[in-house]
Design a protein around this ligand. Structure first.
Ligand code: ADP
Ligand code: MG
Length: 240
């Protein structure tokens, strides 16, 4: 579903990604962790082309990422993204946030877009919040709206960039629960998170990044008991 071959990305002289290679199968759940600045966001931003990589190859569901605009549209329909700061449109209601993409990009009728939005609001358990503005919701509710908004585009892959890092502690589990349910449906997911309980429950594989490199990849049960690299071991000791 996702294939990265020797992908590098520079910001000026700084190498944010160094020859990163990773394959993610259909329905696989991958959790990415690593210190701040290690390239986690850059990695997933390259996968939906919010950033353009400098060298190497990225193939998503058979589409090789390049600068062709037609491909960009296909990628954005295939790959959904959920951000740390929710990124909802503040002046639009929850329902309007959810209908925008399906109407404008997928060409759905107003009625079909609303029906689809309602289905996904029910899935994230906040159908009663449809007419509110984002700021009238809690952080946990806003993040669930953001997840529902991604689902409304019916992506084949969902990327999450530290989706619970901006939340008050008591709201983290309501978002992780929704993500766990999504994983149970077979969605292909890459989740950048330091929620190791979630990783243990949900991840098929863990990826540890440091200094723009993938240092270690392994099954959660293996990496939590005995990480192969010292750097991953040291990192896990700090956060567990
Ligand atoms: P992480 O998500 O693991 O914290 P990032 O992928 O956001 O790390 O960033 C990796 C490195 O690249 C950091 O040192 C960051 O400062 C740098 N970086 C990220 N985005 C940009 C940018 N747009 N311009 C310059 N440097 C950037
Ligand atoms: Mg980041």
């Amino acid at each position: 579903m996702i294939s990265l071959r020797n992908v590098s990305k520079n910001f000026g002289d700084f190498q944010a990604l160094q020859e990163v290679s990773l394959d993610v199968a259909l329905g696989e759940r991958v959790v990415v962790c690593g210190p701040s600045g290690s390239g986690k966001s850059t990695l997933i931003r390259c996968i939906n082309r919010l950033e353009a990589h400098d060298s190497g190859e990225i193939v998503i569901d058979g589409i090789t990422l390049s600068d062709k605009p037609a491909k960009l549209d296909r990628i954005r329909c295939t790959v959904g993204m959920v951000f740390q700061q929710f990124n909802l449109f503040p002046h639009l209601s929850v329902m309007e946030n959810l209908c925008l993409g399906p109407r404008r990009v997928l060409g759905l009728s107003a009625q079909d877009a609303r029906a689809r939005a309602m289905k996904h609001l029910e899935r994230v358990r906040i159908p009663d919040q449809a007419d509110k503005l984002p700021r009238q919701l809690s952080g946990g509710q806003q993040q669930r709206v953001a997840i529902a908004r991604s689902l409304c585009m019916e992506p084949r892959i969902l990327l999450f960039d530290e989706p619970t890092s901006a939340l008050d502690p008591e709201m983290i589990s309501e978002v992780l629960d929704v993500m766990t349910e999504l994983a149970d449906t077979g969605m292909t997911m890459i989740v950048v998170t330091h929620e190791m309980g979630f990783a243990r429950r949900v991840a098929d594989r863990m990826v540890f990044m440091d200094n723009g490199e993938i240092v270690e990849v392994g099954a959660p049960k293996d990496v939590f008991t005995a990480p192969k690299s010292e750097r991953f071991g040291t990192f896990l000791k700090k956060i567990l």
